[in-house]
Design a protein around this ligand. Structure first.
Ligand code: ADP
Ligand code: ZN
Ligand code: ZN
Length: 667
């Protein structure tokens, strides 16, 4: 009798046995249709067995093994197993979640060749890249970096490619990829947000015109995603370019992994299965015995620490290509009365920029008109009724919006508390800055770029085109603009409202701010000219701004690491967060208090803090609380989490929903 053990997408950590007369060991990794309760479900076969503990009368027959596609490889399953264990998420949910949606359905995917499949070799959706035609000759630094990677093909090695913005990291990726392709291998290139990087996709296609490339990200239509996944799985696609979910793409001949902007928060999934694609990419490289390149101008401190302690090899690109580094200075706004948040010196700089017919970028990392609406008469401030958050004024749409749950309501004409009709917007969002700039520079062509203006498909692409064609004089934008875009006519970057992140109680806030400002500053002065960066601040002498002005990441990182070591923060400890959600805060806290007590009796060497409300204590109508646990030993923490989770699962709190977040990124 043949038994198959099947992973199903269920929220418990159990595998399910079925009878399958026709199953053989070659079916491991294949999808199978099985009865589950009163439904029919698709799962993946993980083992074939001769016998099972399930009593014969309860053992059910599998309905159909789907042999239309090659199975998931043993190596791919190994990564998924690791991910499930490490992040303490049910294996079935992890495996099924890694499949394209169409493969999770009972109906077989349509065999019809999609547009996507035909377009495999010409996947460029963006206009051809403005630069790098033809391929430039590498600098000595780029050559050294490329040679070091090539020398380690076929072996596991983590490289940190530490290159200032504009130092030509992309060329190093491309040459490393070329080397892997030349050795007959597939290459995986992970980027933070593919929707914002059609430039890279176009560049890859342009540089490897003969090489089939596919992209994998959540923006693809179902059939397209399936075809791309399938091309990766059967080895047709030699380059896979994707966002975090692509870390699970089945790649039988994987030879190299590249993670661009490795510090980016979007590599960590923030809901459900909370994995870090960057960290799993390193695990995957180790499992497969291949090199991995982590590229950044401002690596995560965890990564930098690994490099400093010799675990990762550093490849440095210390100089910018083709232009001197931008000149970065602070505008001291203490004592100055700002008109709509814009200082006189900033306006003068923009004026100069316009006179020279160059582009300027005003960076405000907040969309909407104003983050707060305020009644001066009675102090009323509108908040979201579902979240512990203030509503953001979106003036053009006459709406107040919650940026956490999406709730929207009309802007009140008067204060509901006291009837005062004169409600004051406080603080600046992109819309307000845009409006102020329109008043100051009536002749200038101003373009606002934030999530509200780029949400439509392809909107960002056509905006990028307009910037490139110099149809825009002033850009107002959020971090969407910070990442990896090359605007040759942009020479001034002005930063507003950065100070709020200097003294945040999130211990990673300054690291994020440094990375963000470095990226934004890197947008200035790419067309051969020196760019200028002006940061409006009330703390012009803050060491973070000083290090930024010197573009001295290492000085910043060394200081920050020393602080973290002293305070006992990651990377010097390893953390996990037990999150609980309930209708009432007390329910969540009760659950966590009980969990903390259980944990303390399990292992006294694990530091278990007290349960607290989450930084955002209410979201979308649910109260949220959390409990932090940490240890200097990752192995000990993992062992603890295993037993702890079993106990928590056994206790079954009906009223609190809980989940574990390993290596939490947001608190
Ligand atoms: P980074 O990713 O490090 O910020 P990029 O890879 O975007 O930098 O490169 C910055 C610019 O330098 C790009 O326009 C790129 O085409 C150009 N570039 C890269 N390498 C060279 C080279 N060896 N010679 C000339 N230009 C180069
Ligand atoms: Zn009022
Ligand atoms: Zn809300």
């Amino acid at each position: 009798m043949t038994i198959i053990r099947v992973a199903l997408d269920v929220p418990v950590d159990t595998l399910f046995d079925y009878r399958a007369a026709d199953a053989t060991a070659t079916d491991i990794g294949r999808r199978v249709v099985v009865p589950f309760g009163r439904k029919i479900a698709v799962g993946v076969i993980l083992e074939t067995l001769d016998s099972t503990q399930v009593p014969a009368e309860r053992l059910r027959n599998a309905l159909r093994i789907m042999r239309d596609l090659p199975p998931l490889g043993a190596e791919d399953l190994r990564l998924l197993r690791f991910a499930a264990e490490y992040y303490h998420h049910p294996l079935g949910a992890v495996i099924m979640g890694a499949l394209p949606t169409r493969l999770r359905r009972v109906a077989a995917p349509s065999p019809r060749k999609s547009r996507a499949a035909r377009a495999l070799t010409v996947a460029a959706t963006a206009p051809p890249p403005p630069t790098v035609i033809p391929a430039p000759e590498l600098t000595a630094e780029q050559l050294d970096a490329t040679a070091a990677i090539r020398a380690r093909l076929g072996t596991f090695q983590v490289f940190l490619l530490l290159g200032v913005t504009g130092s030509g990291k992309t060329e190093v990726y491309l040459h490393a990829i070329a080397a892997a392709l030349g050795a007959g291998k597939q290459a995986l290139l992970l980027v933070p947000e593919i929707a914002l990087t059609p430039q890279l996709e176009a560049l890859v296609v342009h540089r490897f015109p003969e090489t089939p490339m596919v992209s994998l990200h959540s923006g693809l239509a179902g059939l397209e995603r399936l075809e791309h996944w399938r091309a990766a799985r059967d080895g047709r696609a030699r380059i896979v370019l994707g966002t975090r979910l692509a870390v699970f793409a089945p790649l039988p001949e994987l030879g190299l992994i590249v993670v661009d902007e490795e510090q980016d928060a979007s590599f960590k999934q923030a809901e459900g299965f909370r994995y870090s694609a960057r960290d799993l990419a390193v695990v995957r490289a180790r499992q497969r015995g291949v090199p991995i390149v982590l590229g950044s101008a401002t690596p995560a401190l965890e990564t930098y620490h690994n490099a400093a302690s010799g675990r990762y090899a550093v490849l440095a690109l210390p100089s910018r290509i083709g232009a001197p580094p931008p000149h970065i200075a602070c505008i001291d706004t203490r004592g100055e009365k700002l008109a709509d948040g814009l200082s006189e010196r900033l306006l003068t700089a923009v004026r100069g920029c316009l006179a020279r017919r160059e582009q300027a970028l005003v960076f405000v990392n907040r969309r909407g008109y104003a983050p707060v609406l305020f009644c001066r008469a009675c102090g009323w401030i509108p908040g979201c009724h579902r979240c512990a958050a203030r509503l953001v004024l979106h003036r053009q749409e006459h709406r107040l919006r919650c940026h956490h749950c999406g709730h929207a309501s009309p802007t009140p004409v008067a204060c509901p508390g006291c009837g005062n009709p004169d409600l004051a917007p406080v603080g600046q969002g992109t819309q307000r800055v845009e409006e102020a700039l329109e008043r100051c520079f009536p002749g200038a062509r101003i373009l606002r770029i934030d999530r509200d203006t780029t949400s439509r498909r392809r909107a960002w692409q056509s905006m990028r085109q307009r910037i490139q064609n110099r149809e825009v004089d002033i850009l107002v934008g959020t971090q969407i603009l910070a990442k990896g875009h090359d605007f040759p006519h942009l020479n001034l970057v002005a930063v507003l409202n950065a100070d709020s992140q200097l003294y945040s109680n999130d211990f990673r806030a300054s690291e994020r701010l440094f990375a963000l400002l470095t990226q934004v500053a890197g947008r200035a002065g790419r067309g051969g000219k020196q760019g200028e960066v002006l940061i409006q601040t009330e703390f012009p002498r803050h060491p973070l701004y000083a290090a930024l002005a010197r573009q001295d990441y290492r000085a910043f990182a060394d200081d920050a690491l020393a602080e973290r070591r002293q305070a006992g923060f990651p990377p010097f400890v390893h953390q996990a967060l037990l999150r609980a959600e309930a209708l009432r805060l007390a329910t969540g806290l009760e659950f966590l208090t009980d969990a903390a007590r259980k944990g303390r009796s399990l292992d006294a060497r694990i530091s278990i803090f007290d349960p607290v409300p989450a930084a955002m204590p209410r979201r979308a109508g649910r109260e949220r609380a959390q409990l932090l646990v940490q240890s200097e030993s990752r192995a000990r923490l993992q062992q603890f989490l295993r037993s702890w989770r079993e106990q928590l699962a056994a206790a079954r709190s009906a009223r609190a929903r809980w989940s574990l977040d390993v290596d939490p990124f947001e608190f």
